[in-house]
Design a protein around this ligand. Structure first.
Ligand code: NDP
Ligand code: GDR
Length: 370
C-alpha cells in the first residue's frame, strides 16, 4: 500500500485529493493545524475512529512554519508521495501578512525538501508542489505555458515563486523527484468563502432566497481561467506517476471576467444582471427575473463595487495553455466554467435552504465577516 502525506488536507484541494487517493488504495496522512474551533468540515466524511487499528486516513498536528514538526512527521510516515498543498492561499490577504506568507508558502516548501534530504529519503519520496498561475502576474504573453516568464504581483506570488525555484533546485541538486503543478484557478462547492467565485455563488443563493440584499465586489474586469478542483487533483496525482519529474501547467484554456461570472451565477437562478457605470461606480441591476420561485423586482440593485476589495497590484488576465499535460498525461477536464458555476450555485442553494427555513420560523440568521 502506497503512503501519501498531504499538507493542507483541510483545504479545498486537500479534501478532493484525499478522496481520490483513498479510492486508489493509498494510506493517506494529513497535516492539520491546531485551531480554536474544529476546521475539518471538508474531510469529516473521511473520518476514521483513531482508537481502532488498520486506519488508512490519519491526521497529524503540524504547521509548515515548524521544521522540527515537518521532519518528525515525514520520519514517522515515510511517505512515497508528499503533496504540499498547505499555504496562506489568499492573494489579497498576503498583502496584510506578507512575512507570514513568505514563511509558510515559500520557506515551508524548503522545510519539506530539506526534511527529505536530512532523512535520506531522496530516492523514496516524490514531492508535488502546489505552484500557481499567480507566478505569471503581469501579463507577458497569452496563453501562459511552462515557458512563459514569471512576473509575480503579490507577496503570495513572490513566496510561491521561491517555492517553485527551490523545488526545481532540489530536483537538480539532489535528484529528488520533485514537480511543480502550475495550476490555474480552480473552484468547487468546497471553495473558501472569500474567493471571488464562491463569494458570488453564495451571494446568488442568499439573495435568491431573501437572506441577503446585496453583493459587494472589487475589480470586475479581472479575467481568470477557472476550472474544477475535482478535475485538477487528478492531475496532481498523474504528475507524480509520470516517468520524469517535470513542471506542468494545468488550465482549461478559457478565460472569464469576474463580471461575466456574476452574470452566469445569477442566470442559474433565473435572474438577469445588467451592469451600469464603470470601474468604481459599477453596479449590477436585475433585468428580467424568469424564475417564479425567486421574484426580485426589475431594476433592483444587487451588485456594487467596493474599492476596499481592490488590490495594491492586480493580475489582470490569466489564460493557460495546458497542451503539455493534455498530450503527455492524457488529461481532459470534465467541467467547463458553466457547469462549474451551476454546480456551485446549486450547492449553495441547498446549503442556505436550511437558513431560510430557520428565518421563516423567526430565528435570527447571523451575519458573517468577510
Ligand atoms: P485552501 O486555502 O482551501 O487550503 C489551504 C490549506 O493550507 C488549508 O488546509 C490550511 O489549513 C493549510 N494551511 C494554511 N497555513 C498553513 C500552515 N502554516 N501550515 C500548514 N498548513 C497550513 O487552498 P486550496 O485548497 O484552494 O489550494 C491548495 C494549494 O494550491 C495552496 O497551496 C494554494 O496556494 C495552491 N493553489 C491553489 C489554486 C486554486 O485556485 N485553488 C491555484 C493554484 C495554486 P486551515 O484549514 O487550518 O486554514
Ligand atoms: P486569485 O483568486 O487572487 O486569483 O487567487 P480570487 O478569487 O481571490 O480573485 C480572483 C479575481 O477576482 C477579483 N475580485 C475579487 N476577489 C475576491 N477575493 N473578493 C472580491 O470581492 C473580489 N472582487 C473582484 C480579484 O481582484 C482577482 O482579480 C486564487 C487563489 O486560490 C490562489 O491561492 C491561487 O494561487 C490562484 O487563485 C491561482
Amino acid at each position: 500500500m502506497k503512503k501519501a502525506l498531504i499538507t493542507g488536507i483541510t483545504g479545498q484541494d486537500g479534501a478532493y485529493l484525499s478522496e481520490l487517493l483513498l479510492k486508489k488504495g493509498y494510506e493517506v496522512h494529513g497535516i492539520k493545524r491546531r485551531t480554536s474551533l474544529f476546521n475539518t468540515a471538508r474531510i469529516d466524511h473521511l473520518y476514521q475512529d483513531p482508537h481502532v487499528d488498520n486506519r488508512n486516513f490519519i491526521l497529524h498536528y503540524g504547521d509548515l512554519s515548524d521544521s522540527t514538526n515537518i521532519i518528525r512527521i515525514i520520519q514517522q510516515v515515510q511517505p512515497d508521495e508528499i503533496y504540499n498543498l498547505g499555504a496562506m492561499s489568499h492573494v489579497a490577504v498576503s498583502f496584510e501578512v506578507p512575512e507570514y506568507s513568505a514563511d509558510v508558502d515559500g520557506v515551508g516548501t524548503l522545510r519539506i525538501l530539506e526534511a527529505i534530504r536530512i532523512l535520506g529519503l531522496e530516492k523514496k519520496t516524490k514531492v508535488y508542489q502546489a505552484s500557481t498561475s499567480e507566478l505569471y502576474g503581469k501579463v507577458q504573453e497569452v496563453p501562459q505555458s511552462e515557458t512563459t516568464p514569471f512576473y509575480p504581483r503579490s507577496p503570495y506570488a513572490v513566496a510561491k515563486m521561491y517555492a517553485f525555484w527551490i523545488t526545481v533546485n532540489y530536483r537538480e541538486a539532489y535528484d529528488i523527484f520533485a514537480c511543480n503543478g502550475i495550476l490555474f484557478n480552480h473552484e468547487s462547492p468546497l471553495r473558501g468563502e472569500t474567493f471571488v467565485t464562491r463569494k458570488i455563488t453564495r451571494a446568488t443563493a442568499k439573495i435568491a432566497l431573501g437572506l441577503q440584499d446585496k453583493l459587494y465586489l472589487g475589480n470586475l474586469n479581472a479575467k481568470r481561467d477557472w476550472g474544477h478542483a475535482k478535475d485538477y487533483v487528478e492531475l496532481m496525482w498523474k504528475i507524480l506517476q509520470y516517468d520524469k519529474a517535470e513542471d506542468w501547467v494545468i488550465a482549461t484554456g478559457v478565460t472569464t471576467s469576474v463580471r461575466d461570472f456574476v452574470r452566469l451565477s445569477f442566470k442559474e437562478v433565473g435572474i438577469e444582471i445588467i451592469f451600469t457605470g464603470e470601474g468604481v461606480n459599477e453596479k449590477g441591476h436585475v433585468g428580467q427575473c424568469t424564475n417564479p420561485k425567486y421574484q426580485i423586482a426589475e431594476g433592483t440593485e444587487i451588485v456594487s463595487v467596493d474599492p476596499k476589495y481592490f488590490r495594491p497590484t492586480e493580475v489582470d488576465l490569466l489564460i493557460g495553455d495546458a497542451s503539455k499535460a493534455r498530450n503527455l498525461l492524457d488529461w481532459q477536464p470534465v467541467y467547463n466554467v458553466e457547469s462549474l458555476c451551476a454546480e456551485m450555485v446549486q450547492a449553495d442553494l441547498e446549503l442556505f435552504a436550511k437558513d431560510q427555513i430557520l428565518k421563516d420560523a423567526g430565528f435570527e440568521i447571523k451575519n458573517e465577516f468577510e
